[in-house]
Ligand binder design. Structure first.
Ligand SMILES: [Zn+2]
Length: 315
């Protein structure tokens, strides 16, 4: 008990926490720009949050994240995505000592591949995160002022995409980017008169599903945590960078969840909801607290995708 208290008071993370390494690109930002201190401080809080929430499956499991701070074009607040090779479920099954969480017929982003293989099968940069230096950011980790964007929740959100909270459906023709669905896609179904898994649809039907406003999550941990079936964001007009890879706003009408496409009118969450933690567990990660006990576009080698837009003008 005493040891536990000492650990808590000294702020040490559990020994099984994920390790995160960061490579910074400050662009033309001057070395003495005070934003560097602010951004770095918020980032360190994000690293601590992920370290206290995602647990390693093997010793020294590490996420290598590249972070840039520069002006982004258009209306982007930030964007991010997995980097490095994707691995198939079959490849990972051949490597894993316990393959019960791995599914064939789907692709896994690099951090998930390592986690499930229980070894570093993908080296180098795993996630690329770009932050728009021209946005009016709020650097608090517990509040957000009106008219600003929360850097803290934006970082958590974007890293979420980099970890694989991401559909690979191409809404142009209904195929999957790279030809294979992601594990995220595996858990999507369209519900109307009947329920049909998106991976079982032909391309035309899948394309139609992306604008059906009727796409639901089927992962059992997410469902158990949420209590009722819940929707993935798939509005009738397709939104590049937002559709299919976020939670629908109907999932929570009193709080703005981390994986909403943009902030809702409600107070923001500064950590993942139980529903989101359940989804992470469905995807294959080890997260704490246990959700059920708690109440782009990727092309080839893979890069960025999601754009988190401003509420008044989603990207
Ligand atoms: Zn997003």
């Amino acid at each position: 008990m005493l040891v536990g208290l000492l650990c808590l008071s000294s702020g040490l993370l559990p020994s099984s926490a994920i390790t995160i390494t960061t490579t910074w690109d400050w662009g033309t930002t001057p070395v003495d720009d005070p934003n560097r201190v602010n951004v770095t401080s918020v980032w360190n809080s994000v690293v601590n949050y992920y370290g206290s929430t995602f647990q390693e499956s093997y010793v020294d499991e590490t996420w290598n994240i590249s972070v840039s701070w520069k002006a982004l074009t258009g209306n982007q607040v930030a964007n991010a995505g997995p980097s490095g090779d994707w691995k198939t479920g079959a490849e990972l099954m051949a490597l894993a000592t316990n393959s019960t969480q791995i599914r064939t017929g789907v692709n896994y982003s690099s951090t998930l591949a390592n986690h499930l293989a229980k070894s570093t099968v993908v080296t180098g940069t795993h996630i690329e995160l770009n932050l728009n230096s021209t946005v009016t950011w709020d650097f608090s980790t517990t509040s957000k002022a009106a008219g600003t964007e929360s850097l803290y929740t934006t970082m958590i959100h974007e890293i979420g995409h980099g970890l694989g909270f991401l559909s690979l459906v191409d809404n142009g023709d209904g195929t999957y980017q790279g030809g294979t669905p992601s594990i995220f896609d595996y858990y999507l179904e369209k519900k109307d008169v009947t329920s049909t898994s998106l991976i079982d649809m032909d391309n035309d039907a899948r394309k139609a599903a992306t604008t059906s406003a009727n796409v639901f999550w089927t992962g059992q941990y997410g469902l158990d945590a949420n209590g009722t079936p819940f929707k993935i964001y798939a509005p009738n007009t397709y939104e590049d960078g937002s559709s299919m890879s976020h939670l629908d706003f109907t999932v929570n009408t009193s709080e703005s969840l981390i994986m909403f496409p943009s902030d809702s009118e409600n107070p923001p969450n500064f950590s993942y909801s139980a529903t989101e933690l359940g989804m992470w567990k469905d995807l294959g990660y080890n997260v704490v607290p246990e959700p059920n006990t708690w109440m782009l576009v990727v092309v080839g080698g893979g890069m960025v995708l999601c754009i988190r837009g401003r509420r008044d003008a989603k990207a």
